[in-house]
Design a protein around this ligand. Structure first.
Ligand code: SAH
Length: 235
């Protein structure tokens, strides 16, 4: 991370931390370890992040919007330069990320390794992606006009909903879908996963999310037969 100019490490429920072995392997880059934030769940790690990129060595049952490492570097850099919080999520060395964890990510990033032997060591995978972020960052800084353009795009997206806001939205959506009888909690199938994929892909803004939440609230009221005024929306 330090070689590539990255500094913010968040560890989710680490098995061994602080760790003598980690300090030894850091070869002097202990400032990153010292400043590492330790949290209990991925959800906590993602609070405030408006772009979440999850890495995976495997294909999943539900296909997700996929980026290659180069695209990942460009998108991550573009958003971060505009002040957005961007998270690159890596999995456990022995088991990767769970499907549930991957579904918290708007995009998946796959290093196009040989399908017969697709899984890199965690540190190697981190290095490939950190390098691509570095390359995108250098490209942006060597080309002022491009940087200016990237910053404008990022400013437009600055009000993107964050991971924690999206989680509350999904919880609200699920409740509403159960309430109106569209989602059977006994047989949820992949509905919520598919909806997460849809909304994740759309890069929803905070304003848009609030409109959808307003619609959900009124939908539930209507389903319960509560009085419903027409044209409540003021947007
Ligand atoms: N058996 C696990 C592999 C874990 S490798 C699995 O199938 O998911 C540890 C971590 O390194 C992964 O969780 C991912 O973050 C990263 N990684 C390994 N190979 C990768 C690849 N080809 N593309 C993207 N990330 C990869």
């Amino acid at each position: 991370m330090k070689n590539m100019g990255l500094s913010r490490l968040v560890l989710v429920d680490p098995m061994d931390f602080p760790s003598g072995e980690a300090v030894a392997r850091a070869s002097g880059a202990t400032d990153i370890l010292d400043a590492a934030q330790v949290v209990g769940t991925l959800e906590e790690a993602l609070v405030g992040c408006s772009l979440v990129l999850g890495t995976s060595a495997r294909d999943r049952r539900i296909p997700w919007p996929l980026l290659d490492p180069r695209e990942c570097g460009v998108v991550a850099c573009e958003q971060a330069l505009g002040g957005a919080e961007v998270a690159l999520v890596f999995g456990r060395e022995y088991a990767g990320l769970t499907n549930e964890e991957l579904q918290r990510c708007q995009f998946h990033v796959h290093i196009p390794s040989d399908p017969e032997f697709s899984s890199l060591n965690l540190a190697a995978a981190v290095q490939v992606l950190a390098y691509e972020v570095r390359m995108a960052w250098l490209a942006a800084h060597n080309q002022p006009t491009k940087t200016a353009k990237l910053e404008t795009t990022a400013m437009l997206n600055a009000q993107a909903a964050t991971a924690d806001e999206l989680e509350s939205f999904y919880a609200h959506l699920e409740l509403a879908l159960v309430e109106i009888g569209f989602l059977d909690p006994a047989k949820p199938r992949h509905l919520m996963s598919r909806l997460r994929r849809l909304y994740g892909r759309s890069g929803i803004s905070r304003l848009e999310m609030n409109i959808l939440r307003g619609i959900l609230t009124e939908t539930v009221k209507a389903a319960r037969g509560e009085h419903h005024r027409q044209g409540k929306s003021d947007v």
